[in-house]
Structure formats: structure tokens, C-alpha cells
Design a protein. Structure first.
Lengths: 306, 316
């Protein structure tokens, strides 16, 4: 198990390094940020001086090596635009993103998993078809549209919830629903398939032949077996929720990582963009490792065979 | 003679077609009764009907199932749950698939016992020992993947018998096991049936298994019973052409090397192809106009030996 995890970590480090390299060079293809930093009407000489100060006049490969060296020392560098350490900029945004991801996960898991189980157990019923409609809606409504509709209805017309920004739990509700809807659909579909698959197995018939009700067989036997593919989805979805809230954060003026990413890309704030990429990679690595551990907890075949 | 299970005129339909059409048999306590037939003849559906665990698309359109004299055909699901595992239980073709891979085997045996924790563990341990599992103290906490197929089938038998049911339905219990294990499992079933007075309904397609263990056998063809009687009598003097041809098709060690295998010409009719008369008519050497028009009734030919054929006398 430990060796397996070490292997996964090694793989993840290589992947992260690759992504980081790609982002480093891609960002620099977009031009250099010096022009965005100087006031309008600055002379070519002034621009050249600033460019030299920032180090953007050095060959790309030299900049790249310098960046990696700095990174290995645990230093994410200074933001060119905000003149602050990248680490503290990121640090101030992560709590908001985590809060939104947690809210969305509650929506996604809280609705998606029960809906998936119900769709499998009551297959062919009116309930299944109603839930399928809900899942379909969650899956197909773009967040910029559903978000704005919700703001209009609940924020403007009814005035029940704040339209945007961060103001305690009420302000979390709409962005969580907007962001969680797509995940909810993934959880529901995966859970439905997994439970259907398990329900057709002999051990369910055997459990029922022992006198268990279908419900008891689902709770005692099917749930754990069906959980394995759902955990895989959960790892990906939690990663997406932490990393993929760009649109929702923009629509709801939520000061998280996604909003920061948009701002940093627009301002060619290279080091901030690179730090966000690092953060996102890190999130996916941790989630996948957690999933591996959870597999082993659920499944004795994995736990006992290594 | 008391009866553990009596099935009369059982009819099961998929769509509008009776895929099981008027099956009747009874099993005495301690007796092993085999239902033998090709795939699709309705034997597994019959097994599922006995526990009232039919797939959704299957409807029972007639007949009664008496378990120790009580008609269970009309019982509500809640009452059926008290019967399943306690008074009638079942074992399956693939023992490893019939056990939850994520749950220790002892817990799954216990599930059928209806006992609480401490007493249950001892009962499960004893039951595992009784079905011939060595070192039950260790096995009880192991998972199905740590046990061989034969051992898993022993676990299934333990879970099926721990509540001392009157009837055990064994659906192809040895098909997935290799031959030496198969013999051990059959011995075990025979011994437990005798010791505990459990009536066993053995579903199989294997004439060798029937000969090995069953006191009586019902030969099924296309949803009906072709012939039923004491195993020895059916094997030595088959009274239905289907049985006769089946027995003739078993390869023997004394056969000439490289000689052609005997076969029954044609194939089993699909339910949609069932005609008005005997369902074996398309493959039967004796078939005539009457066979095509009228289904033959199941009539007693010898003592306790019944056959559904208009031409029984031609086999005498």
C-alpha cells in the first residue's frame, strides 16, 4: 500500500512538473507584462529599464531555471501587479474557494448520491423519471446562466438572498447550488450505474434468499460495493470544485481562486497564474491519494493483498 | 409420508407465454429431488418461484406452492421475508459471486441466523465446522476472495442451513466447481439432508449429478415435466423419449474411441414457437398427429413413475 502511494506521488510530481513547464512557456507566449505595468506614454527607455529590473530581458530558459530554483526553495515569488508575495495572495483566496467547494459538495453529494440510489432501486418508476429530469437539468444548465437566473429570482425579485459577494452562510447558498449542480449530476449518474450493476449480482439474490428486504440488502451489501466507483468520481469532482469555480466565482463576485485566476491571466501576472496551477495540481494529487486510501478501507481485496 | 414442499400446477409467464407450464412435484423431508433439464427449460425460474424471488418481468399465472402445508403463493412480502432463510433457503451456481466480496463470510452466515452477536458467533462457528470448513475460528473473519470456490460453496450451505429450513433449493450448486470438489459438495448436501431432515430441490443439467445424489428426478422440457420418478427407475427404464435420448447421449468410457457423440436432433423450441401439443414433438422419433394436436398428460406408468407421452408403451 505504502509503495503504491509512493509510486502515485512520484507520478504526480512528474505530471505537475510537466504542467508547470507548459504553463510557464505558454504564459510567456502571450507577451511580457512590462507593457501592462508602465503608465501610458512611458518612453521606450523607461520600459527597457523596467523590463531589465523584472528580469524579462533574460533568455527564457534562464528565466525558467531561475523560477524552478526559487520554487524548490519553497518560494512562489512576488506578484508583479500587486507587489505582494504570491503565497499570501493565494493564501487569502484559498479559504473562500474551500468554503464554496464545501458548500457545492454538500449540494452535489447530498442530492446526487440519494438520487442515484433511488433511480437504481426504483428503476422504471415515476420517481426515477422525475429524478432523471433533475439530473439532466443539473448537467445541462450552464452555470453563467443558472447563476444569473438565480440572482434575478432570489436576489432581486424575492430579495431572499444576497445577490453576490461574501456575507455569511446566506451568500454561500446560490453559488453552491450553481457550482454543485453539475457535480450533483455526475454523482447521481455514477451512483445509479454502480448500484444497478451491484443489484444484478448473485450476492444480492443470496442476501434476499436469506430473508433480507431489498432495502436491507442495499444498505448492508450493495452500498459498500457501489461506493468504489463513486469514490473515484468524488476524487475528481472535489478537485473540479476546488479548481473549476472560475465562472461561478466571477458571476457571484466570490473572491476565490477562480476569480484570482481570471484577474491574473488578464494582467499577465505570471507567478500568480503559475502558483494557481501548482495549487490545482496539488489538489488533484491529494484527492487521488485520498481515493486510494478510501479504496483500501472499503475493499479488503486491496487492503489485504498488498 | 409427510411433505416438506408441494408444488402443484405451477405456471410462470413472461409476456403472454407460459414458460413454466403446469409443473407439479413434491419433496419429503430428508429427500433429494432433482429438477433436470437444458438451459431455458424453466428449472431456474421454478427455483426462484419457490422462494418468491422472481424477476420482475415474470408473473405467476397459476398453481400453488405449499411449504410444510402452508400456501406461500399469496403471502405478502413481509411474511415472505420471515420464511426465506428460515424455512426455505437457497444456494447458487457460483458461490464466489453469491457472497458479498466486501463482507466477512461469517457475517454473511450470521445474517441468515437471526441471532444477536455473541451467541451468533458461536452458532456460525459450529455451522462452519459442520459443513466441513477446517479452522472455522480463522475462516469466520475472512473474506470470500481468501477462500476457494469449494469453500465458498460450503459457506453458502452453512448460511442456507443455519436456521434449519425445511427446504433447501440448490441451483446448480456444483456446476462452477471442479470435479473432485463437486463430489465433496454433493456428499455434504446428501449427508446434511439426511441428518437434518432437510428436503433438497436440486436444480441441474447434469445427469451424473442426478445419479449421484437424487432419490427422485423430474426431467423438464420446455417448461413442462416430461417424466418424474425414482432416479433408479428413470435411469434404468426411461418412459419418455426425451429422457431416453438424453441418457443415450451421455458419453461412456466403453464407447469406441473417436466414435460420434450421440445427439438429439434439432433444438429446444423458443417459447414463441410452442404449439398446441407436446413440446418435444419437433425432435421426437415417435411424433404423430395426436402429439401435434394435444399435450400428453402426466400419467403413472409404474409405481411412482410418471411420464407425459402418448407413446409410453413404445419405450417399454
Amino acid at each position: 500500500m505504502l509503495r503504491h502511494i509512493a509510486g502515485r506521488v512520484g507520478q504526480a510530481i512528474v505530471t505537475t512538473f510537466g504542467v508547470l513547464t507548459l504553463v510557464f512557456f505558454l504564459m510567456r507566449l502571450s507577451g511580457d507584462p512590462t507593457l501592462l505595468l508602465v503608465p501610458q506614454g512611458a518612453s521606450a527607455h523607461q520600459i527597457a529599464i523596467l523590463r531589465h529590473q523584472l528580469g524579462f530581458d533574460r533568455p527564457l530558459i534562464v528565466q525558467y531555471v531561475a523560477y524552478l530554483r526559487q520554487l524548490l526553495q519553497g518560494n512562489l515569488g512576488m506578484s508583479l501587479v500587486q507587489r505582494m508575495p504570491v503565497a499570501s495572495i493565494l493564501g487569502s483566496r484559498i479559504p473562500y474557494t474551500t468554503e464554496l467547494a464545501a458548500g457545492s459538495l454538500v449540494v452535489a453529494v447530498g442530492i446526487g448520491i440519494p438520487a442515484g440510489v433511488a433511480m437504481a432501486v426504483w428503476r422504471g418508476s415515476l420517481l426515477e423519471r422525475s429524478l432523471a429530469a433533475l439530473v439532466f437539468a443539473g448537467q445541462s444548465m450552464p452555470t453563467f446562466w443558472s447563476g444569473i437566473l438565480m440572482i434575478l429570482l432570489f436576489g432581486v425579485v424575492l430579495g431572499w438572498l444576497p445577490t453576490s459577494g461574501v456575507a455569511g452562510l446566506p451568500s454561500l447558498i446560490m453559488p453552491s447550488i450553481a457550482l454543485g449542480a453539475l457535480s450533483m449530476a455526475s454523482f447521481a449518474r455514477m451512483t445509479r450505474i454502480a448500484v444497478l450493476d451491484e443489484l444484478s449480482r448473485d450476492y444480492v439474490a443470496a442476501a434476499r434468499a436469506r430473508g433480507l428486504s431489498l432495502g436491507a440488502a442495499v444498505v448492508r451489501h450493495v452500498a459498500r460495493n457501489a461506493a468504489i466507483p463513486v469514490v473515484t468520481v468524488a476524487a475528481l469532482e472535489i478537485g473540479n470544485l476546488l479548481a473549476g469555480a472560475v465562472i461561478v466565482e466571477t458571476v457571484f463576485a466570490w473572491p476565490g481562486i477562480g476569480q484570482l485566476a481570471i484577474q491574473a491571466i488578464a494582467a499577465r501576472d505570471f507567478l500568480v497564474v503559475q502558483a494557481i496551477v501548482l495549487f490545482v495540481s496539488f489538489v488533484f494529487i491529494v484527492m487521488n491519494l485520498l481515493a486510494d486510501v478510501v479504496y483500501a478501507v472499503i475493499d479488503p481485496r486491496i487492503r489485504l493483498s498488498s | 409420508m409427510s411433505v416438506a414442499l408441494q408444488v402443484s400446477d405451477l405456471r410462470l409467464a413472461i409476456g403472454g407465454v407460459n414458460v413454466v407450464d403446469g409443473i407439479a412435484f413434491s419433496v419429503a423431508p430428508g429427500e433429494v429431488m432433482a429438477l433436470v433439464g437444458e438451459s431455458g427449460c424453466g428449472k431456474s425460474l421454478t427455483a426462484q418461484a419457490l422462494l418468491r424471488l422472481l424477476p420482475r418481468q415474470v408473473r405467476q399465472t397459476g398453481g400453488r406452492i405449499l411449504l410444510e402445508g402452508e400456501d406461500i403463493t399469496a403471502l405478502p412480502e413481509r411474511r415472505l421475508r420471515q420464511i426465506r432463510g428460515r424455512r426455505i433457503s437457497m444456494i447458487f451456481q457460483e458461490p464466489q459471486a453469491a457472497l458479498d466480496p466486501l463482507s466477512p463470510v461469517g457475517a454473511q452466515v450470521r445474517e441468515a441466523s437471526g441471532l444477536a452477536s455473541v451467541a451468533a458467533r458461536e452458532a456460525v462457528r459450529r455451522m462452519l465446522a459442520e459443513v466441513g470448513i477446517a479452522d472455522p475460528d480463522r475462516r469466520i473473519d475472512q473474506y470470500p476472495f481468501e477462500l476457494s470456490g469449494g469453500m465458498c460453496q460450503r459457506v453458502m450451505i452453512a448460511s442456507a442451513l443455519i436456521s434449519r429450513p425445511a427446504v433447501l433449493v440448490a441451483d446448480e450448486p456444483t456446476t462452477a466447481l471442479d470435479v473432485t470438489i463437486q463430489a465433496q459438495i454433493l456428499d455434504l448436501l446428501r449427508r446434511l439432508a439426511a441428518e437434518r431432515g432437510t428436503a433438497i430441490v436440486l436444480i441441474t443439467h447434469d445427469m451424473g449429478v442426478v445419479a449421484d445424489i437424487a432419490e427422485r428426478v423430474a426431467v423438464m422440457y420446455a417448461g413442462r415435466i416430461a417424466e418424474i420418478g425414482p432416479t433408479a427407475a428413470v435411469f434404468s427404464r426411461p418412459r419418455h423419449p426425451y429422457t431416453a435420448l438424453l441418457l443415450a447421449a451421455i458419453p461412456r468410457l466403453a464407447d469406441e474411441p473417436k466414435s460420434r457423440l450421440a445427439v438429439i436432433e434439432g433444438s429446444v423450441p423458443q417459447p414463441s414457437e410452442y404449439g398446441a401439443g407436446c413440446r418435444f414433438v419437433g425432435r421426437c422419433p415417435f411424433a404423430d398427429a395426436r402429439c401435434n394436436a394435444e399435450p400428453p398428460p402426466l400419467l403413472e406408468t409404474d409405481d411412482g413413475h410418471f411420464s407425459a407421452c402418448w407413446h409410453t408403451e413404445r419405450l417399454a
